[in-house]
Each structure stands twice: as structure tokens, then as C-alpha cells.
Write a protein that binds this ligand. Sequence first.
Ligand SMILES: Cc1ncc(COP(=O)(O)O)c(C=O)c1O
Length: 388
Amino acid sequence: MTQTSTASALALNGGTPVASPSVPFMAPKLHRQDIDAAIAVLESGMLRAAKNCEELEKQFAAKSDAKFGLTCANGTCALQLAYEALLQPGDEVIVPAWTYIATASMLAARGCKLVFCDSLEDTMQVDPADIEKRITPNTKALAVTHLYGMPVDIDAVEAIAKKHNLKVIYDCAQSHLATYNGTGIGAFGDACTYSFYATKNLGTGEGGLVTTNDETTAYDMGLFRSHGETEKYLHERVGYNYRMNDITGAIGLSRLQRLEEETAARRAVADKYDALFADIDAVEAPTRTKGGDSAWHLYSLKLNLDKVSCTRDDFIKALIAEGVPSAVHYPKSLTDQPAFKAHITDHPPVARRLATRVFSIPMHHELTDAQIQQVAEAVAKVADAYGR
Ligand SMILES: Cc1ncc(COP(=O)(O)O)c(C=O)c1O
């Protein structure tokens, strides 16, 4: 088939879409028992953080192999609690350019000096060698993200931290229940922060949680979460109101009971995708970190731009028309965000390149084998149509 005739078969150009109806991109719907758990709280009248939040903290920390868990209002607040407890204004902190903005912006909010480092093109996770190059005598901490749900090379990050006496904060907003060498990611670092935003693997609408294995850090974060209050109206420190409420806690706790099973289903989808995309030259499946078992919040492919005659944005436009929703995580390296203008010294090249190549495809626990096939078929069809 010539390129033009294949292009004319695209749904974008009037051809028949591969999937109709479209494959759902995510599956965030509540189950009956989640709704009942929320109703029970509403009926109790105990709306503030109470026993559901406490139980969620306990169970989530235990399932992540962390000692202490604290619920909070959202994942951004979780980062702020960790940064407030572990960092000081003026601290130099190394953070990947290839992550969601909050990992870095909350460092700026803490008054830290941001040093952006690069990521590895294959795993898309932080590059330990580049971290090492950027360490100065003023470096105080590493703030790294297990992006898309995939753990970073934790052994390498921890070794650098130990060698240079640095704190490590892991942004786990996308990596609930991910493991590294068989251990929950909560066992590592000084704090791990989570988001329970509506579309996350465990979604409560808005919500968050932070874990740590250090009692003092847990105590400090608990104070900052609630106006530094040690007794009723006695405020030992300046703090915030970053508390969760018990309706959210009940939904989270109810959903947590299914999270292991749903994560296993995501892992099975990822295995099937990996096998299917190995045969399509125009795209690269995400490489796994050695020892990492991802939570697969997102499955992000990379387009091989030398194998197609279109841009990534044109590619996903065609894919969406085929009934396969797609989104870009993320369209810019953080060093290209206007918000960080004052912090930029250079532009880590891999992060910039990834911003032109990545696109996420449907990933959730409800995808059927037929839908997985449709996704791969649509990617192959668009790749053929735009093939060089
Ligand atoms: C990596 C990462 N960090 C932090 C956050 C912030 O979480 P929230 O939206 O709950 O504040 C998100 C949410 O999208 C995220 O993906």
C-alpha cells in the first residue's frame, strides 16, 4: 500500500475507525461499596478527619512498606509537608526536569534553589549519573519522581544520597503500591508523597498521603498539617490546614481494598502492550527499571520521529480519531516552563526530547484483551499511514 492510500484509510481522513466506541482511557468510577462508605460518614455527621483517615493511613503505609502514613488534602500538600519537614529555604535540591510541575514548584514554594537534572531516554526515569554531575557542596536533597508509576533506580539514588549526605524525597503521586526489588517503595528515602486525585490509581477526587520511616519527620509533618497545634489552641509552630476529611478517607479506604488487584491487572495490560509494541518500529515501549515493578499509572510510548513523517501531535490526533484516546505527559520539560525562568541554568536534553516524543495510551484495570488489541492495531495503522 502506498503512503497516500494508507493515509486515506485513517479515520481522520474519513476511513473507518479501529475502535467504535472508543477505548476508555481510564476507569475512575466508584463502586457501590465506595459510595456506601461515603454515605456512612455523611450519616454519622463526623465529617472531619477521623477513623477512616486513620485507618487509611495505617493500611496504606503498611501496604507500601512504610512505618508512618499521614493523609492530607492532596498530593501537592503531601509534597509541601515533606519539604517543610525535611528542607530549609535556600537549600539546593536536585529535581528532574522530566516530571509533573508540583515536584519542582513546591520546592520553589519552600524557597529552595532548584537544580534540574536529566532523565534516561529508555525508562524516562531520573538519570543517576546526571544527578551525580550536578552535586555541589551546597546540595542538600534529591526530590525525584517515580514517573508514570515506574520506580527510579532506587539503589543508585540511595547510594548517591548516602555518599553526599543528602535527604531523598520520592514523589510517588503516580506509583501507589509500586515495588523495588520486591519491597514497597515506602521503605526508601526520607519521605514518599502520594496524590489521590480523581484519575490516580487510587482516586478520591482530591486527596493525598505522605509516608516516612522516621518518627520525628512524621511528628513534624503532623504538626505542619494542622497549624502546628500540640494541644487545643496551643501552636508550637507555624503550620497550615492540609487535612483530609473523613468522607474522602472513607472513599480512599474502600478503594484501597481493591488496589492490589487493580494494580495486578494494570501490570498484565502492560505486559501485553510490551509484546504488541515490540513489533511496531515507529514506537518504543517504556523500558522497565531493573528491579522495579511499576504501578503503571500511565503507559507512555515514545514515537520514533525518524520513522514517521508527522509530529507526535499529528500522530495522536489520528490515533484519537481511530477511537484510541491519547494524552501527552508532558508537552514541556520543566525547564521550558515560564514559572521556572529564574531557576534555569541549562536545558537537560533528554527531557526536552521526550517532550516531543511521548504519548500515553489507555491504561487501567478494566481493559479487555480486545481493547488492548484495538489500541495496538490503531497505533500500527497510524504508524503505517505516516511511515517514512
Ligand atoms: C508526579 C505528581 N506529583 C504531584 C502531583 C500533585 O498531586 P495533586 O494533584 O493531588 O495535588 C501529581 C498530580 O498530578 C503528580 O502526577
